[in-house]
Design a protein around this ligand. Structure first.
Ligand SMILES: Cc1ncc(COP(=O)(O)O)c(C=O)c1O
Length: 393
C-alpha cells in the first residue's frame, strides 16, 4: 500500500521555481512568426512542459498561436485532453503493458497517436475497437534516428495494414531529426530524403497522406523548407533556442529558480569549503550558504562554475558558487566587501535580463548546462519535486 505524503505548504519551502507564462506566450508568438500561414504549430509540452508545468505551458503556448499540443506519453496526452484543451493532441511513446490500459482512453478522448510498427498498429486498432472508435494515427518513419518508428523497407507493409483497418484513420506521416542543431551536418538532408521516399511508399498504399511533420525547434528556426504542415518546437518555447533566432527576435527564458541565503559568515583566508575540500578561500571573505543542492535539480558536475545573483539591501551582486554542490546546499563566495545578509534573495537561474551587472547576469539554464557538460533541456527537466512551483508574470 502506498501512503500519500501530504502536500507541503509552499510557504515552508525555501526554493521556488517561478514560471512566467507570458514568456512562453511571447516565445510561441515569436516562433509562430517564422512560419507561413499554412503551417501549424504543435507546442511540445512533454516532461511536464520541460519542467514548467504541462498545463501552464500548454495554456500559454495556445495563447501565443499554437494550435496543436504534443506530449510523449499517452498519460500526459490524456491529462491534456481531460483539462479541456480544444485542439488536436498528439502522443507517440508507449509500450504494450500500459498501452492496454491507456490507449482505449486516449482514443475515446480523441487524442492522435503515433504508430511505428505493425504491432503498434494492432495495439491501437484493438483499443479503437474496444471503444468503438476510429483512432487518428500518425505514421512514424525512422528516417535515421534509430529509435522509434518504421524503417523504410517496412513502410509498405504498415501502409497496407492501415489501409485494411477500419478502426484507424491515417492523419499524418512524421519523423524526428537527429542532427539539425548542427546546420553543417549532412545527416539532416539524408533523413529528409529518406522521409520523403517513405512518405511516397506510404501514399502508394494508403492514398494521399494528409499531413507531414518533422521540424523541432532547431529545424523550425533554421530550415523553413522543412516546416511542411506542422512544426513541433519544444525548447524554443521555453526561451532556449538551440540555434540563433533571426536578428531582432529575442526569446525569454520562462523559468526562474530562487532561494534565500540561510547563513552568512566572514571567514579567514585558507578556509576549506565543502566535501573533498575542493575549494579554499584565497583571502578573507564572506561566505553565503544557500539551502539548494543536487536533490533540488542542480547538477553536481557544475560545481564551482556558476555565478548566482544575490539581491542585497544595497543592490544586486554576483557571487560564484564554490566547492562541491551537496545534496541540499551550496556555498557562495560573496567577497570581503559584500553587504549580503541571511534572508537575502538568491536567483539561482532565470532570465539574464532580470539583473544585469558589470560582472555578469542572472545565470541561465544554458550557463548551468555548459558548466555541467549537458544541455539546457536536462537542466530544465531536472528541477525536482522538492522545489515549490508557481506561475507568475
Ligand atoms: C518527437 C519530438 N518532437 C519534437 C520535440 C521538440 O524538440 P525541441 O525541444 O528540440 O524543439 C521533441 C523533443 O525532444 C520530440 O521528442
Amino acid at each position: 500500500m502506498s501512503v500519500a505524503i501530504p502536500a507541503e505548504d509552499p510557504r515552508h519551502i525555501p526554493n521556488r521555481a517561478v514560471v512566467n507564462p507570458a514568456a512562453i506566450t511571447h516565445n510561441t508568438r515569436a516562433v509562430r512568426g517564422l512560419l507561413g500561414e499554412q503551417t501549424a504549430l504543435m507546442a511540445i509540452v512533454k516532461a511536464d512542459g520541460y519542467g514548467h508545468g504541462m498545463l501552464t505551458a500548454a495554456r500559454a503556448a495556445l495563447e501565443g498561436g499554437a494550435t496543436w499540443l504534443g506530449a510523449a506519453h499517452p498519460a500526459s496526452a490524456l491529462a491534456l485532453a481531460r483539462a479541456g484543451f480544444d485542439v488536436p493532441i498528439f502522443t507517440w511513446l508507449y509500450e504494450p503493458v500500459t498501452a492496454a490500459a491507456v490507449l482505449p482512453e486516449i482514443i475515446a478522448a480523441g487524442v492522435d497517436v503515433s504508430v511505428g510498427s505493425e504491432r503498434m498498429l494492432r495495439m491501437v486498432s484493438d483499443a479503437s475497437r474496444a471503444v468503438d472508435g476510429r483512432a487518428r494515427v500518425h505514421v512514424k518513419i525512422d528516417s535515421g534516428m534509430g529509435r522509434n518508428g518504421v524503417i523504410p523497407s517496412a513502410v509498405a507493409g504498415l501502409g497496407s495494414a492501415i489501409r485494411e483497418d477500419d478502426h484507424v484513420q491515417l492523419v499524418a506521416a512524421w519523423t524526428h531529426l537527429s542532427s539539425v542543431d548542427d546546420p553543417e551536418d549532412p545527416e539532416t538532408d539524408r533523413q529528409v530524403e529518406t522521409f520523403d521516399r517513405s512518405c511516397a511508399i506510404l501514399a502508394e498504399e494508403t492514398g494521399p497522406v494528409p499531413l507531414q511533420h518533422l521540424a523541432n525547434s532547431a529545424a523550425t528556426i533554421s530550415r523553413p523548407d522543412l516546416h511542411r504542415d506542422i512544426v513541433r518546437p519544444g525548447i524554443a518555447l521555453y526561451g532556449y533556442p538551440p540555434l540563433p533566432m533571426p536578428e531582432g527576435v529575442r526569446l525569454r527564458p520562462a523559468l526562474s529558480i530562487t532561494s534565500h541565503l540561510a547563513l552568512v559568515k566572514d571567514v579567514p583566508a585558507g578556509t576549506h569549503v565543502g566535501y573533498g575540500h575542493t575549494w579554499t578561500t584565497p583571502e578573507d571573505t564572506r561566505l553565503g550558504l544557500v539551502p539548494i543542492g543536487y536533490a533540488d535539480g542542480l547538477h553536481r558536475a557544475a560545481s564551482g562554475e556558476v555565478g548566482l545573483v544575490v539581491r542585497t539591501r544595497t543592490g544586486d551582486q554576483i557571487a560564484r558558487q564554490v566547492g562541491r554542490i551537496s545534496m541540499d546546499q551550496i556555498v557562495l563566495d560573496l567577497g570581503p566587501e559584500s553587504k549580503a545578509q541571511s534572508g537575502d534573495l538568491v536567483i539561482v537561474l532565470g532570465d539574464p535580463s532580470a539583473a544585469v551587472l558589470d560582472e555578469g547576469t542572472v545565470p541561465t539554464a544554458e550557463d548551468w548546462a555548459r558548466a555541467a557538460g549537458t544541455i539546457p533541456y536536462e537542466v530544465l527537466t531536472s528541477v525536482s519535486s522538492r522545489v515549490s512551483r508557481e506561475a507568475r508574470a
